[in-house]
Each structure stands twice: as structure tokens, then as C-alpha cells.
Design a protein around this ligand. Structure first.
Ligand code: PLP
Length: 388
């Protein structure tokens, strides 16, 4: 019997699951593998957040189903509203315009299941985070790629999207600061994007998971800052990257009350919300975590410079974006992305992500993540130098 549902047959294997297996096998066979492929901060969650978790865990009230269930605790949603106001000057109604999530990845799924009908066209940038395409397909939607290229600073050229596609598209997934390219959007671009989306009646789904990881020369932005954006957009954010909380699984969706309501309706039937204890620690992070962000930026800045200097010394120019903890680097002449990453793994035991894992426009590139200890990164750079 073929037990696999058809909706899963159209989805390629998730890159990082495949990579994890490969790395485990290599390590088991005694190889000293350095993994620069996965974006998972190696530094611990700040201690005041852990302390809050410990305290909250001792209170039996918090052992029950989460308060306010799938929507997220009222106090957590209020903390999200304070965060948006402080960081972006965006006003949000905690009751209707905020939904607690167990990470922004979950939000992507909730959105498509709540909003996308079979056959609906959904736009997404390529290269892009693989979960967008997989989830659009799972909902029976038609994923329609919009290329983003170096010559356009990795922003989509809206005028190049064919009119008949614009007329039919229901939603557009975007993500700035961008994984995998590191590119950031500008207020000017977001303004044009919202005007374009209004004209074509397309919902905007902005994944802002890296909003806080930006370097000098770029601003922290929310799409919701654009007047009128809230009516047609949802924005995902998460505590994973700014507060080194990837394993905690907590994030938020904000924006259009209609979209939030639809996602909430889907969610109430599939989950019961995030453990209260984690939400209470999340409030602590949102209210009192800014210094961790600044500390992490200076760590990532130092590691960025190491990688950029290493490649510059080999006469390889990296057009580094101003955001995220990733660097998007051209593969040497004569290699495809996949061949190069396989070769680097076999010869130098350094794992990097092939550009094509993010879509066909990722061909010719690979991605390095700066979420490893400095000494590991330095060792990886030495091996790469020798390899080159
Ligand atoms: C663009 C993007 N969105 C979402 C996520 C998922 O983050 P979370 O931990 O909030 O689910 C990631 C994780 O790497 C990501 O790169």
C-alpha cells in the first residue's frame, strides 16, 4: 500500500534533514566535520530569560493548557505589541492583530492552510527559504517564483511580474533581511510593494525572522510601518534568531485582523498554543533582551569580517548583504553549486549549503552561516583556503 499522501509527493526532501544525516554519518566514521550550513546560534539563550523559564516552571498554574490557548497568552500578545511599538512605531491591537506561534516556520503553514485554496497562485522569491514552496504545495496552491538577483540587490522587480500572473495571484511570500542572500529591503521598496499589492489585490506575507540581525548601513524595518500595509499583510517574526531561542519554538504573526482571524481558526483545530512557561520567558526576552541583540551583532560582525577577508585574500569578491547571519558566496568557476558543496565536504570536511537548495536562481552560489564558534569558523576558513 502506498501510504504517502499525494500532497507530500510533490515536496522535495528538506535540505537540512538530509544534511544532518550526512553529517552524523561522517562524524560517526571519525571525521572532524565543521558545519557552516545551518543557521542556529551557538551562543546560549541569555540567562535572565532562562531564569524566568525556571521560575515559571515551578508554578503549577503554568502546567495546564496554555492560557488563551492557540492565540497566545494575552500578556504575550501585549508584549509583542509593546515590541512593535518600541522597535518600529507600529500600533497593533493584541486582541485581533497578533497571534502567538511556535516559531515563524509554523506560521507559514498556518497561513497557507487558512488562506490558500487548491489552484490558487502564490508568489515567492527565488532563491528563498524552502518552507514557503513546500507549504504552498501542501495546501494545493501553485507556487510561482519571482527571481531575485544580485543586479537588483536581491529585490524582486515588481514590473517584471506578468500582468496575468498579478491578476490571478492571491499572496506573495517575501523575506527581508533575506535568507539566503543577506539582502535587506528599504522603506522605499516596501512602500512600492504595498502600493503594487493594493493595485493587484495581492496579500503580502512578510517573513521578518531576521529583522534584528542587521549591520551598519541598514535599518531594522517592519513591512507594517508602511501606511495601509496592515490591511493586506501578515508579518511573521520570531524569538529564535534575536535571542538565541531557536529550540524554544516561539514567535508571532502580526497584521491584518482578517488574516490573523483566519489563521487563528485553523490553529484552534490543530494545536493548543505554546507552553505558558515559554511564553512568560518570551515576554522577558521581548521586554528585556535588546542588549543580547547588540552583543550578537558584534559577534556576527567579527565573524563576517573573518569570512570576507578570507575570500578577499583569494580574490573572491562577496557582495555581502547588510542583514542575517549568512553570507552568499559565488562558487568557483567550473563547479555547480551542488558539485562544489559535495567537493568541499569530501575534501575539507566543511559543510556549506548549496545555493540550489533555495531554488533554481541559487545556482552558482553557496551559503555560509556565521552561527559557529570563532575557533571553528577560523579552522573552516583555513581548510577552505587550502582547498582553494
Ligand atoms: C527565513 C526564515 N523564516 C523562518 C525560519 C524559521 O524560524 P523559526 O525558528 O521562527 O520557526 C527560518 C529559519 O531558519 C528562516 O530562515
Amino acid at each position: 500500500m502506498d501510504i504517502l499522501a499525494d500532497r507530500l509527493k510533490v515536496i522535495p526532501p528538506y535540505l537540512f534533514m538530509t544534511l544532518r544525516k550526512k553529517i552524523q554519518q561522517a562524524k560517526a566514521s571519525g571525521l572532524d566535520v565543521i558545519n557552516l550550513a545551518i543557521g542556529d546560534p551557538v551562543e546560549p539563550t541569555p540567562s535572565h530569560i532562562i531564569e524566568m523559564l525556571r521560575e515559571a516552571a515551578l508554578d503549577p498554574c503554568n502546567h495546564k493548557y496554555p492560557t488563551d490557548e492557540e492565540k497566545g497568552m494575552n500578556d504575550f500578545r501585549k508584549a509583542v505589541a509593546r515590541w512593535y511599538k518600541r522597535k518600529y512605531m507600529v500600533d497593533l491591537d493584541p486582541e485581533n492583530e497578533i497571534l502567538g506561534l511556535s516559531g515563524s516556520k509554523e506560521g507559514i503553514h498556518q497561513f497557507v492552510m487558512a488562506v490558500v485554496n487548491p489552484g490558487d497562485i502564490v508568489l515567492l522569491t527565488d532563491p528563498g527559504y524552502p518552507a514557503y514552496r513546500a507549504n504552498i504545495c501542501m495546501a494545493g496552491g501553485e507556487a510561482c517564483i519571482v527571481p531575485i538577483m544580485a543586479k537588483n540587490k536581491y529585490l524582486p522587480v515588481l514590473e517584471d511580474i506578468p500582468t496575468q500572473v498579478c491578476q490571478k495571484a492571491k499572496a506573495f511570500f517575501l523575506n527581508y533581511p533575506n535568507n539566503p542572500t543577506g539582502a535587506c529591503a528599504s522603506e522605499e521598496f516596501f512602500g512600492r510593494l504595498v502600493a503594487w499589492a493594493k493595485e493587484h489585490k495581492i496579500l503580502l506575507v512578510h517573513d521578518n525572522a531576521y529583522s534584528e540581525i542587521v549591520f551598519a548601513g541598514s535599518d531594522r524595518l517592519s513591512l507594517l510601518q508602511v501606511p495601509g500595509a496592515k490591511q493586506l499583510s501578515v508579518e511573521f517574526n520570531s524569538l529564535s534568531k534575536p535571542y538565541n531561542m531557536t529550540g524554544w519554538r516561539i514567535g508571532m504573526a502580526t497584521g491584518s485582523a482578517e488574516i490573523i482571524g483566519a489563521m487563528s481558526k485553523f490553529k484552534e483545530n490543530v494545536d493548543s498554543g505554546v507552553f505558558n512557561v515559554i511564553q512568560l520567558a518570551g515576554i522577558k526576552a521581548l521586554d528585556e533582551g535588546d542588549s543580547n541583540i547588540e552583543e550578537m551583532i558584534s559577534i556576527y560582525q567579527r565573524r563576517r569580517e573573518l569570512v570576507l577577508d578570507t575570500f578577499a585574500a583569494m580574490s573572491i569578491t562577496i557582495d555581502a548583504g547588510k542583514g542575517t547571519f549568512y553570507l552568499w558566496i559565488p562558487v568557483p568557476d567550473g563547479f555547480s553549486s551542488q558539485d562544489f558543496t559535495t567537493h568541499l565536504f569530501e575534501k575539507a570536511h566543511v559543510v556549506v549549503a548549496p545555493g540550489t537548495a533555495y531554488g533554481k536562481y541559487g545556482e552558482g552560489f553557496f551559503r555560509i552561516s556565521l552561527t559557529v564558534q570563532d575557533d571553528q569558523l577560523a579552522e573552516a576558513m583555513e581548510r577552505i583556503k587550502q582547498y582553494f
